[in-house]
Design a protein around this ligand. Structure first.
Ligand code: SAM
Ligand code: DTB
Ligand code: SF4
Length: 325
């Protein structure tokens, strides 16, 4: 059975997507003149969201490095010689203190470099979710692949969102990751959905995939039994020591086109401008917002790499007349 149909067939309880997209239709979107594509995406955006409001989330890496998986882009894989050191799971009091400090900066997202959580690790993350929730903040975690029953425990702890990216089109997946399959990722997304947790799922572009692969990834996301509530679009941050360290930078307009296509295909989802923002000019980010991106990470760090500092982001919002939500 094909990767995308696994989730579709077994999630009969989920409502069907509003429409199904084909790769050819999405390639036709990509091929529109850029101004026409942005105009269309901005129209869809205005029908569904305040065009001058951007949601902000802070990221905290609660378990850094030493991951068993071989994702070719990742600084945290134990298989590559990168500058990222392996660390232990962060103690609860440090997580709560960091969340408290970040409270004014938006929702909190906790990330862990795991293939998936062991049950005793999950118990500790459940405590983190309860405590962060008790601060009155929205919660999101990204812990890798989940085993049967773990999504329900996260739901019971009060988790709002689970981030688990499809990362790249099923045709290209095996070229960047060999230790697990994209079907494994789809299984976790299905468990998260079935547990009643909001789904955050997107991918990375600029890894050497073709435009057809980019279109294919968006088709997989939009055609899920229910589209993800939140769709992070990461631009590859090349990490020295990883197999993708020397990849050429994607044409920035191709990044904008991907945002616009995601907005048109998933009209009511938050489209998040994610990794790679530090390398973007203010003007390119503004173009991404115009194309329908309405969420981003705020704070000086992502998980192991940098993000624009908050002074630069505050100044950008003021210059654009954008409000943070
Ligand atoms: N281990 C978990 C997993 O893989 O789902 C959670 C953490 S993982 C670092 C979260 C996401 O970060 C990945 O799915 C990928 O999309 C993104 N990511 C990791 N390294 C990146 C890089 N160098 N450039 C852009 N995005 C990256
Ligand atoms: C997502 O899609 N991007 C964020 C978040 N989800 C967890 C992580 C980006 C990581 C970028 C590379 C790093 O900092 O290690
Ligand atoms: Fe591990 Fe996630 Fe990095 Fe892959 S992306 S190596 S699963 S931390």
């Amino acid at each position: 059975m094909q990767a995308s149909s696994t989730a579709a067939v077994s999630s009969v309880s989920q409502s069907a997507p509003a429409r199904l997209w084909s790769v050819a239709e999405v390639l036709a979107l990509y091929e529109l003149p850029l101004m026409d594509l942005i105009w269309r995406a901005q129209g869809v955006h205005r029908e569904n969201f305040d065009p001058n409001a951007i949601q902000r989330s802070t990221l905290l890496s609660v378990k850094t490095g030493g991951c068993s998986e071989d994702c070719s882009y990742c600084s945290q894989s134990a298989r590559y010689d990168t500058d990222t050191e392996r660390e232990r799971l962060m103690p609860l009091d440090e997580v709560v203190a960091a969340a408290q400090a970040a409270k004014a900066k938006g929702a909190s997202r906790l990330g862990a470099a795991w293939k998936g959580p062991k049950d005793n690790d999950l118990d500790r993350v459940l405590d983190m979710v309860r405590e962060v929730k008790a601060l009155g903040m929205q919660t999101c975690v990204t812990l890798g692949m989940l085993k049967e029953g773990q999504a329900e425990k996260l739901k019971d702890a009060g988790l709002d969102y689970y981030n688990h990216n499809l990362d790249t089109d099923k045709e290209f997946y095996g070229q960047v990751i060999k230790t697990h399959t994209q079907d494994d990722r789809l299984d976790t997304l299905e468990q998260v959905r079935d547990a009643g947790i909001n789904v955050c799922s997107g991918g990375i572009i600029g890894m050497g995939e073709s435009r057809k692969n980019r279109a294919g990834l968006l088709v997989q996301l939009a055609n899920l039994p229910k589209a993800p509530e939140s769709v992070p679009i990461n631009n590859l941050v090349p990490i020295p020591g990883t197999p993708l360290a020397d990849k050429d930078r994607l044409d920035p307009f191709e990044f904008v086109r991907t945002i616009a296509a995601a907005r048109i295909m998933m009209p009511t989802s938050w489209v998040r401008l994610s990794a790679g923002r530090q390398e973007m000019s203010d003007e390119l980010q503004a173009l991404c917002f115009l194309a329908g991106a309405n969420s981003m990470f705020y704070g000086d760090f992502l998980l192991t790499t940098g993000n624009p500092d908050i002074e630069r982001d505050d100044a950008l919002f003021a210059r654009l007349g954008v409000k943070a939500i």
